[in-house]
Design a protein around this ligand. Structure first.
Ligand SMILES: [Zn+2]
Length: 136
């Protein structure tokens, strides 16, 4: 189901809880909502649709990548980035890693480890911040 985008800064500042296998509906809603916003959005965290769960989705290939309970294992090579966010007005500066390695569960809760660089890595870091209640 396509959900409205959460814009309440107090809600968005709360940390997300670990997701469990019963949270499949949150994954589906994230997929549907990202699809509905794809002209202006490349990634989304569950708290952006009002669900305080550690689930993110990243538009980084032909099929958006779902990451459940993602954890940054390492990052290197920082740079200054400018980002926007569907939940916030305007563009803001932030610091990101060019290369990251992330541990996560896929949409079927299978453990994965992935290395990412460039734009996909930037999107993942933005959404990881959302899980921690951090906004750009
Ligand atoms: Zn955002």
């Amino acid at each position: 189901m396509v959900r409205p985008i959460m814009k309440d800064p107090l809600f968005l500042a709360m940390k997300a809880e670990p997701a469990v296998e019963q949270d499949q509906d949150v994954i589906r809603d994230l997929q549907d909502t990202l699809q509905a916003c794809r002209d202006r959005c490349v990634g989304m965290a569950a708290n952006m649709i009002g669900q305080r769960k550690r689930i993110i989705i990243v538009s980084a290939g032909p099929v958006p990548l779902v990451m459940v309970n993602p954890r940054l294992l390492s990052g290197r090579d920082t740079y200054e980035a400018e980002e926007g966010c569907l939940s916030l007005p305007g563009i803001r500066k932030t610091t990101r890693y060019r290369h990251i390695t992330v541990a996560y569960l896929d949409s079927r809760f299978k453990p994965k480890t992935g290395s990412f660089e460039g734009y996909p890595a930037q999107i993942i870091q933005h959404e990881l911040d959302h899980c921690e209640g951090i906004l750009i």
